[in-house]
Design a protein around this ligand. Structure first.
Ligand SMILES: CC(C)(COP(=O)(O)OP(=O)(O)OC[C@H]1O[C@@H](n2cnc3c(N)ncnc32)[C@H](O)[C@@H]1OP(=O)(O)O)[C@@H](O)C(=O)NCCC(=O)NCCS
Length: 242
């Protein structure tokens, strides 16, 4: 049974939904695409600013694909301010400069008639596309949704959004086209010991990876500061030399 559209409204005014579906063979397919484990971190309220930065850096076209219309900066700020981390889950991929290059929003249904449903939305920065991040975020969201007891995952995408629909189809989702819009849904298998342990391991890995990136960035910033001081001293010496 397909649920109606707009199952879970993101807090973006007038937006369409962004969800997507998972599938039974998703794990195998993603392994084919991305043999290397990608650290995907669960983001909390302290990441709000970076989430806003990520979404604000999307082009008009990408905002259109992500939200169903070319969201303005104000609408994006409102969406970010309205994120409910205690209810939904936000997943992110950081690069070594701590730039949030990809993120996904897994929204849990607040509709009692579809209590075990969720919706998925994702964006990857232009320069980081085609590396499997979108698909990996989808797989990560599927794993978490399963472990949270979700049985059906939805994604609402524009029919022109080939990449998103491919991710959904690759994961085994059923895609139904309705003119310029498409809805994909994926039935999720129940959680298993393996899915729970896998999520714990991935969480831990992503946490450690993030902390290392933070430390490395602090060290790089420190070295840059030292270089700056040295340059200042050298310049001062040269100026005062007879
Ligand atoms: C959709 C989006 C998240 C895909 O991210 P990505 O990291 O580039 O995707 P992946 O690298 O994981 O690729 C996934 C699949 O889509 C295919 N794909 C990627 N870009 C594509 C494109 N422009 N056209 C056709 N297929 C494409 C890949 O080949 C891959 O399929 P395969 O595994 O069968 O080879 C990204 O393009 C994006 O952020 N778009 C703007 C926002 C958006 O559309 N969000 C989705 C709606 S919620």
């Amino acid at each position: 049974m397909v649920q109606p559209k707009n199952l879970i409204k993101p807090s973006l005014e007038g937006s369409t939904d962004f969800l997507r579906p998972p599938s039974a063979n998703g794990a195998a397919q993603s392994a084919k695409r991305t043999p290397v484990m990608i650290p995907i971190r669960s983001l909390g309220p302290s990441h709000r600013e970076r989430i806003a930065g990520h979404l604000l850096s999307l082009s008009d076209q990408d905002r259109y694909l992500r939200f169903g219309y070319a969201a303005s900066d104000e609408q994006i700020q409102r969406y970010v301010a309205g994120l409910r981390f205690e209810r939904d889950d936000i997943f992110g991929i950081y690069n070594r400069r701590l730039e949030l290059i990809a993120m996904a929003h897994l929204a849990f249904s607040v509709d009692p008639s579809c209590a075990s449903c969720s919706e998925f939305g994702v964006s990857v920065l232009q320069h980081a596309r085609g590396r499997g991040y979108g698909a990996r975020l989808f797989d990560r969201a599927i794993m978490h949704a399963r472990n949270e007891g979700v049985t059906m995952m939805f994604i609402h995408a524009l029919s022109e959004n080939t990449a998103m629909l491919k991710i959904a189809r690759n994961a085994g989702a059923v895609v139904e086209r309705d003119g310029s819009e498409s809805e994909a849904y994926l039935k999720l298998p129940a959680a298993t010991m393996d899915s729970r342990v896998s999520e714990m391991v991935e969480d831990r890995y992503a946490e450690v990876d993030y902390r290392l990136k933070v430390q490395a960035k602090q060290f790089r910033d420190f070295l840059a500061g030292v270089r700056e001081v040295r340059r200042g001293v050298r310049d001062a010496r040269q100026k005062s030399a007879p």
